[in-house]
Design a protein around this ligand. Sequence first.
Ligand SMILES: Cc1cc2nc3c(=O)[nH]c(=O)nc-3n(C[C@H](O)[C@H](O)[C@H](O)COP(=O)(O)OP(=O)(O)OC[C@H]3O[C@@H](n4cnc5c(N)ncnc54)[C@H](O)[C@@H]3O)c2cc1C
Length: 288
Amino acid sequence: MVLPGRPRTAPVDETFHDWASRRYGEGTARAAANALGVVTYDAGTGRLSAAFVWELFRRVYAPTVPTVRWVAGGWQGVVDRMEARARDLGVRIRTGARLTGLPGGGPVIVATELSSARRLLGDESLRWESGHCVMRDLAVRSDRRDRLVAVDLDAGGFHESYSMQDASIAPRGESLFQLDMPVRAGESTGAARERLDAFTDLTVPGWRERTTWQRTATAKGRTGALDLPGATWRDRPAIDRGDGVFLAGDMVAAPGMRGEIAIFSGIRAAEGAVRAVRAARAARSGAA
Ligand SMILES: Cc1cc2nc3c(=O)[nH]c(=O)nc-3n(C[C@H](O)[C@H](O)[C@H](O)COP(=O)(O)OP(=O)(O)OC[C@H]3O[C@@H](n4cnc5c(N)ncnc54)[C@H](O)[C@@H]3O)c2cc1C
């Protein structure tokens, strides 16, 4: 599937499973869909639009297409630097405070998950397909059997070591992993967690005896946008909501993969907000 000469695009209107089964056989199509659990967090990736899944597949697995960048110190380091820069520029930042309505008096960018944006904007149409998974962050005493990356072609699970890329993010002698397992339709979170435990047994042998820290979480409907057959990113909730209100996040109408969608939409929303401020100023000076 990743060899040179394979198609660059796939049809929007067909499921990935049907399209890929026809070209590569059903077993390969299923394995490829599960290999993308790492970016879809979904147990039914094959039901999604072939165009959407194929682009992700090429991004993640085709050798010449750039995908992964590791940031020294982890993403928190990037966020900390952005925060420091914003404060330097005079931006006032308030955290740990939940908004229950939109502030007035100028353009506003709502950069929350869609469920919160729905409430803040009072707009029930702000919905899109997303994944459902259980996750585990795990620190263990290091062992030679520890693995860098493991992809679960049967069930869509994913395992990755962060400390093997960047030793500075874990205490000396410890390894840090992130694992996830998509929850199947109709499956309980507990049952999915049992499958995640079994997957962890395979990828971090003896983890139960070696664990120094762990946390688990469940994400439902907030793991980024998934496009069903017939839809592309352009059909997702629009960034510009009118009246100086803009949306940003990984579930809105912007291209890219995962966090890129949030970043691209954030840039578009910021450009729109700046334009709105300038237009309001021009209108005021025109009126004066
Ligand atoms: C385990 C995991 C691993 C990932 N790995 C990668 C990766 O390797 N590469 C990648 O590109 N992406 C990755 N992602 C995806 C990436 O984290 C997301 O796409 C990105 O964080 C989405 O950003 P966002 O701003 O849209 O939403 P979020 O990061 O969810 O931010 C929304 C914020 O809005 C706040 N909020 C909600 N309601 C309100 C309210 N009423 N008032 C005030 N604040 C509110 C929330 O508290 C939250 O902080 C990963 C995600 C997960 C879960």
